[in-house]
Design a protein. Structure first.
Length: 318
């Protein structure tokens, strides 16, 4: 199944070549300690790409840390934000904003479903966040989003139009409903309802907007879909990426932990955030201790970022 636009999306279940994999750390820039931990995991060889939040007060300092890195940098994308944090362009006149920050995800989705947000508003905020990122000297190679908000169809259509113009990739979030724990043993992906909805919206967005956008991954995985209590080990990462061969797999990671800056940022919902941060810290403690990229290479995978995938296939505008 292929959709040709600026770049073809291909869902290939008959691949014989080594599987290409992007290991992307979300939320770079949300706090300085979080960004430091993500870079620690990069230096350990356990990620290939990061996506940057520009809507945090700690964005600028985090970018300074990135530019201080010696040698090759990870691929960098924009973590488009319409929930929880602080808008760059939109003000109090927008239905997405309350008390100078974006509303919570459920409120934002409800606002979008009611048709209270124009396409122009979404494009204005996306362009402003993009410009804020490239002003730091970075050339982004992809766009994804905070809390997967770009998978809402009206937002997705804006993102893919913008990405086609900028010739960058877009993450498609199509989580598996069954996850392999070990050979012969599977687990239901949690939360079930959320993952079912994401799969449905992914199918809809590919069908409706597939001919208009750039590159996207053909499959997606994360340890955050496993239930509580599953040990986070190198073998767990191997098991989930081996679950299904595809043209381009993106493994989403959140390798960081709680800190004072995060607590101040989320003081109004800190208890709610603790569960997520506990799992993020577990992931950080695992990935900083070995090279996931080297482990995957030994198993026949080809770790890369979106920019390298684009260059590898010499992709041009059709």
């Amino acid at each position: 199944m292929a959709f040709t636009g600026w770049l073809t999306y291909t869902d290939s279940s008959k691949m014989t070549n080594p599987q290409n994999i992007i290991i992307n750390a979300d939320d770079f820039g949300i706090s300085v300690p979080c960004s430091e931990k993500i870079l620690e995991v990069w230096n350990a060889g356990s990620l290939t790409s990061i996506s940057v939040i520009v809507c945090s007060p700690h964005f600028e300092k985090s970018m300074e840390l990135l530019h201080c890195q010696k040698g090759k940098l990870p691929g960098v994308g924009l973590h488009f934000t319409l929930t929880e944090l602080f808008p760059v362009a939109l003000g109090k006149g927008s239905a997405l904003v309350n008390n100078k920050r974006f509303k919570e995800r459920k409120q934002v989705l409800y606002t979008l479903m009611r048709g209270l947000v124009s396409r122009g508003e979404l494009m204005e905020e996306l362009e402003a966040q993009w410009e804020k990122l490239i002003a730091t000297g970075i050339e982004p190679d992809h766009i994804d989003s905070h809390q997967h908000i770009h998978m809402y169809p009206e937002v997705f259509s804006v993102v893919v139009e913008f990405a086609a113009r900028k010739k960058v990739a877009v993450r498609i979030v199509r989580p598996r409903l069954l996850l392999p724990l070990k050979p012969g043993i599977t687990s239901i992906a949690y939360p079930v309802f959320k993952n079912v909805i994401l799969r449905i919206t992914a199918f809809y967005c590919i069908r409706r907007y597939g001919s208009n956008y750039t590159l996207m991954n053909s499959s997606f995985a994360s340890i955050f879909d496993f239930p509580e209590g599953v040990p986070v080990t190198p073998d767990l990462y191997l098991s989930i990426v081996k679950g299904k061969r595809s043209t381009l797999l993106e493994l989403m990671i959140h390798p960081y932990s709680s800190d004072e800056q995060l607590q101040n940022l989320y003081d109004y919902k800190w208890e709610e955030k603790k569960r997520f941060l506990k799992k993020a810290e577990t992931e950080y403690r695992c990935l900083k201790c070995f090279s996931l990229c080297e482990l995957l290479k030994k198993d026949g995978f080809n770790p890369m970022n979106y920019g390298e995938w684009k260059s590898l296939h010499h992709i041009n505008v059709h």
